[in-house]
Design a protein around this ligand. Structure first.
Ligand SMILES: NC(=O)c1ccc[n+]([C@@H]2O[C@H](COP(=O)([O-])OP(=O)(O)OC[C@H]3O[C@@H](n4cnc5c(N)ncnc54)[C@H](OP(=O)(O)O)[C@@H]3O)[C@@H](O)[C@H]2O)c1
Length: 295
């Protein structure tokens, strides 16, 4: 429930006076209607105590498609969750099963914009009253066909572009979320088997793989810097998303060879995150099926 104090709120009956409690749905309707209407009346609204402690708040970056969208669906279907999906640019409309007492918030965020993640978090605080994050999943990343080349042929611009999104983007997202993470909160860096040093390379993905080593490295360091949090890198498997299919195409394989569906990957990731504790998981790399990963 949301407590809203205002001079004049058209939805409220006079008997409510200046203070009223709104359900999640009517609160969001109220805010969005106000946003499209008279700006002056927005400023006259004071919002207090918006977030019940018993809701689990989850934020996932890059949720317009692929694994991020799959995770959004999985978490939204659970009861008593507030699921925040960040989107690059305009959010596509989605149909989603929402668990009892749960809600979805979609907020714009470009992880390559130095101020982008902080701005998104500020919006979540001021507009939606978010005061904590129980689970944060840093999922947004890129892999482009220009990136797939032998080292001697790598385009420096493609190299830099991947670094900016996949490493610096992870850093900025962690920095922005950090003030809202509480003792016991979980921060997951979605990494990849492509970021394993101890393997014989089987494809031309240096440009991407080196950034996934970066994500894993950030997770390992953050784990040691924050003994009160649960932080680890997590592999989603080879998944039938635009990114997964691009890799197949590069290898001359068809989409059917990409073994894991988005639903299967998201279910596995959610399961690992759910079971993760500081003692068992934090600081180590994990696979979506619950098996340990490699460095
Ligand atoms: N698919 C696989 O087989 C596989 C394997 C191992 C690891 N992974 C990792 O899993 C994660 C998800 O991959 P995916 O397969 O779901 O990829 P995807 O389908 O390409 O989705 C990536 C998401 O990241 C968003 N994104 C890209 N640049 C961004 C930016 N600058 N700021 C904010 N968001 C941005 C994209 O936004 P738009 O929708 O606007 O483009 C998209 O929603 C990534 O970290 C990837 O490295 C994937």
């Amino acid at each position: 429930m949301y407590a809203v104090v205002a001079d004049e709120i058209p939805y409220l009956t006079p008997s409510f006076g200046l203070l009223s409690l709104l359900s999640d749905a009517s609160f969001y309707k109220f805010i969005s209607d106000q946003a499209s209407g008279d700006q002056q009346s927005i400023q006259s609204v004071i919002m207090v105590s918006v977030l019940p402690e018993d809701k689990t708040v989850v934020i996932i970056s890059g949720t317009n498609k692929g694994i991020g969208l799959g995770l959004l669906h999985k978490y939204a279907a659970l009861p008593d969750h507030i699921v925040i999906g960040t989107v690059l640019g305009q959010a596509d409309e989605i149909e989603c099963i929402i668990g009892t007492g749960s809600s979805i918030i979609r907020v714009e965020m470009d992880v390559t914009d130095v101020e982008g993640p902080k701005r998104a978090i500020k919006e979540l605080q001021s507009r939606y009253g978010i005061t904590k994050l129980d689970i944060a999943i840093s999922n947004a990343a890129i892999l482009t066909s220009q990136a797939m080349a032998r080292i001697e042929d790598i385009d420096p611009q493609a190299f830099e572009d991947h670094w900016r999104v996949n490493v610096k983007g992870n850093l900025l997202f962690f920095q922005a979320c950090r003030p809202l993470l509480r003792a016991g909160s979980k921060f997951v860096f979605i990494s990849s088997g492509a970021g394993v040093l101890d393997r014989v390379p089987d494809r031309q993905n240096v440009c991407y793989g080196i950034t996934k080593i970066g994500a894993t490295y950030l997770a390992r360091y953050a784990h040691f810097e924050h003994p009160e949090l649960i932080i680890f890198p997590l592999w989603p498997g080879w998944v039938r998303t635009d990114m997964g299919k691009l890799t197949a195409k590069h290898l001359g394989l068809d989409d059917g060879t990409v073994t894991v569906s988005v639903d299967e990957s998201a279910a596995g990731l959610q399961n690992v995150i759910n079971n993760a504790t500081r003692e068992t998981h934090s600081g180590y790399v994990w696979n979506y099926d619950g098996t340990p990963g490699k460095w």
